[in-house]
Design a binder for this molecule. Structure first.
Ligand SMILES: Cc1cc2nc3c(=O)[nH]c(=O)nc-3n(C[C@H](O)[C@H](O)[C@H](O)COP(=O)(O)O)c2cc1C
Length: 171
């Protein structure tokens, strides 16, 4: 069984917690978790199946350690790799920028050759704008988690999503 590499960044710990929940559900023996603050571009080369997690901060901006890594990230060749993204945000207080960083991260991976996985419906969320949605606005380009407004839905959303990506990524 090939390993899955999960790369996340966090400012206040929520994304780390979600990353751990995803790892536990996939299986700690299969899923290797990397904090992007200490990761290198070379770490990505070890995996054909990759999960990327990032919260959005300060009106549509990247999380700080992802921001520091961004130039390296743009240089990674994702050809032959399947990539599933997850993002954290707040759909009420940042309704015009909901999950933007997940969208920016997804777009780079796709531009650099990744096969996308893990799109989810936008049903059940209320927001004005997002860079993390498909053109028809029906899907997020990954899993959306809102620990500020809908923390009670997080565990169920993760469970359902991990089942979905296990199939799509053949984990
Ligand atoms: C000052 C501030 C700015 C934020 N900006 C955004 C934003 O632009 N878009 C969004 O969806 N969420 C935004 N959020 C919500 C965070 O993404 C959310 O709280 C997330 O769970 C934080 O994840 P972390 O603990 O992993 O850093 C913001 C939160 C704060 C406190």
């Amino acid at each position: 069984m090939s390993k899955v590499g999960l790369f996340y960044g966090t400012d206040t710990g929520n994304t780390e917690r979600v990353a751990d929940m995803i790892k536990d559900k996939i299986g700690a023996d299969i899923c290797e978790v990397h904090d992007i603050a200490t990761a290198s571009a070379g770490d990505f080369a070890k995996y054909d199946k990759i999960i990327l997690g990032q919260p959005t901060w300060y009106y549509g901006e990247l999380q700080s350690s992802w921001d520091d890594f961004w130039d390296d990230f743009k240089g990674i060749d994702f050809t032959g790799k399947t990539v599933a993204c997850f993002g954290l945000g707040d759909q009420a207080d940042y309704s015009e920028y909901f999950l933007d960083a997940m969208g920016l991260m997804h777009d780079i991976a796709i531009e650099n050759g990744a096969v996308p996985a893990g799109y989810t419906s936008t049903d059940g969320f209320e927001f004005d704008e997002s860079k993390a949605i498909t053109e028809d606005e029906e899907f997020f380009v990954g899993l959306g988690i809102d620990e500020d407004q809908q923390p009670e839905l997080t565990a169920g959303r993760i469970d359902e999503w991990v089942d979905q990506i296990k199939e799509e990524m053949e984990i």
